[in-house]
Design a protein. Structure first.
Length: 155
């Protein structure tokens, strides 16, 4: 029995197997051997290509999500905050309508405090995260506030 009948890849040829298989059989076996190795290389290349395609698809999906988020954020940010002054409003009602938002208040002495309006009480106002004063908050008497400055529109 020669190499072809055993199916071995790394077999040696001697004169007895040559008689059974012939020159054409040897060439076919050598081609089969090379083809098998090429199939493995080809499969690995295909796997690499598939992995690369998956990465590209992931990047495309991520980029699409970012584009959508930025597109919608522009629409949301471009909406104007509308302010209407009702005749019955006092300082307390105006401040209460901006609770949780960034405002600046101008005090009797001309000093201006800017920060997030946290709480509006009966007589006091709590302003947190003061700008230009890291780690500071302020509690201001409502009767000492002359003006409330707030953002009413964007570009």
């Amino acid at each position: 029995m020669g190499c072809a009948s055993t199916g071995q890849i790394g077999c040696t040829w001697d004169s007895s197997s040559r008689g059974n298989l012939g020159t054409l059989g040897q060439i076919e076996l050598m081609v089969d051997r090379r083809y098998g190795e090429n199939d493995i290389v080809t499969r690995k290349r295909e796997q690499g290509v598939e992995e690369a395609e998956m990465k590209v698809k992931g990047i495309i999906v991520g980029a699409s999500i970012l584009i959508l988020l930025f597109g919608f954020s522009e629409v949301l940010l471009s909406q104007e905050m509308k302010f209407e002054l009702n005749k019955g409003y006092g300082m307390k009602e105006i401040l209460a309508s901006y609770e949780g938002k960034r405002v600046a208040v101008r005090l009797d002495g001309g000093e201006e405090l800017e920060g997030t309006l946290t709480t509006v009480g009966e007589q006091l106002v709590h302003i947190s995260r003061l700008s230009k004063r890291d780690f500071y908050d302020a509690v201001v008497r409502m009767d000492k506030i002359n003006a409330v400055i707030f953002r009413a529109r964007s570009n």
